[in-house]
Design a protein around this ligand. Structure first.
Ligand code: ZN
Length: 115
């Protein structure tokens, strides 16, 4: 995952929104990042700090909500959290692998606070 490119895209979205709203500055950017999105926390925060300089988000805080990986077993009709960072999901009840991931892949802007 290229965190700098990601940080720039986030800032682009945020600045476009702020301009449309006639805001002077962006206060906070809320992100939803899935466990399987491949984003590294430290790398993203570092990239964001660097990329936000000179933008409307210069003083903005990045609030990242990390979404755990959740899979669904068709056989048991059960949702369960996947501990494996590689997304290998074994149902804890029937021990069968499942490919149905309910959440954990998301990556996007959740909310924006401007002033
Ligand atoms: Zn099962």
């Amino acid at each position: 995952m290229h965190e700098l490119g990601l940080a720039r895209s986030i800032l682009e979205i945020a600045e476009a929104y702020a301009r449309r709203e006639g805001a002077r500055a962006i206060r906070e950017i809320g992100l939803r990042v899935g466990a399987l999105s491949g984003v590294e926390k430290e790398a993203l925060e570092f990239a964001f700090e660097a990329a936000k300089q000179g933008t409307l988000a210069q003083q903005a805080r990045l609030a990242v909500q990390w979404v755990p990986l959740v899979a669904y077993c068709e056989a048991c009709k059960k949702e369960f959290e996947v501990a494996s960072p590689f997304g290998i999901a074994l149902c804890p009840v029937c021990k069968k692998p499942t490919a149905t991931l309910e959440q954990g892949l998301e990556l996007g802007v959740d909310y924006l606070e401007v002033e």
